[in-house]
Design a protein around this ligand. Structure first.
Ligand SMILES: Nc1nc2c(ncn2[C@@H]2O[C@H](COP(=O)(O)OP(=O)(O)OP(=O)(O)O)[C@@H](O)[C@H]2O)c(=O)[nH]1
Ligand SMILES: [Mg+2]
Length: 192
């Protein structure tokens, strides 16, 4: 039942807007499909690795989520870039327990933040899998992902005071349903 209350709250955050298109991107295995299934039914499903170029979509009426994998394949990058002009917000999800791939995640995140085709859409960086003992801490990940200078802070900063698009990190566990609600609230604030 929790998920339905949360779902209603989520729609309420975005309620002022007719439609919001949110892009969920991240390396393979970061937790994109799990996040989508958490939001849609509250049940956890094991997903096979997403084939190259295939996207997953969750339509919640006024909110539409599209998930793409960034596995470092140029073909895939071209596909998700097609979505950028129409996107209202981006969720970039990182496996915070997979230190071997922090550098790969940084490169992808930087290319997202730099992309000229991406309007000033807010980018919420989900530091997923905090439930794992091996998960890296937020400040360490902020350094490894090189997002320290762009963050808005957990409190909202008026867009006029920002130097670029809003970016913030959110430690979370999609598995334990912790932390990503705050990211959604933050996104909704900047999409208003
Ligand atoms: N411990 C833990 N495991 C998680 C969490 N979120 C996702 N996982 C697991 O991480 C693995 C990958 O999750 P997916 O949701 O399939 O990741 P994805 O980003 O969709 O991956 P691809 O489709 O392969 O690109 C699965 O085994 C999930 O159960 C979390 O918060 N904590
Ligand atoms: Mg997937």
């Amino acid at each position: 039942m929790f998920i339905f209350d949360w779902f209603r709250a989520l729609l309420a955050y975005f309620g002022f807007k007719k439609n919001a298109k949110l892009l969920i991107i991240g390396l393979d295995n970061a937790g994109k499909s799990t996040l989508l299934s958490r939001m849609s039914r509250g049940t956890l499903v094991q997903h096979a690795p997403t084939p190259i170029g295939r996207s997953e979509e969750l339509d919640m009426g006024i909110l539409r989520f599209t998930a793409y994998d960034l596995g470092g394949h140029p073909q895939v990058r071209r596909v998700w870039k097609d979505y950028f002009p129409a996107v209202d917000g981006v969720i970039f999800i990182v496996d915070s327990a997979d230190e071997k791939r922090f550098e790969e995640a940084r490169v992808e995140l930087e290319s997202v933040l730099r992309d000229d085709m991406l309007p000033d859409a807010p980018v919420a960086v989900l530091l997923n899998k905090t439930d794992l003992k091996s998960a890296a801490g937020e400040e360490y990940l902020v350094q490894r992902l090189n997002v320290g200078l762009q963050r808005t802070g957990k409190k909202y900063t008026p867009t006029s005071e920002l130097h670029g698009r809003p970016v913030e990190t959110f430690p979370c566990s999609v598995l334990k349903q912790q932390g990503y609600g705050e990211a959604m609230r933050w996104l909704a604030y900047y999409i208003q």
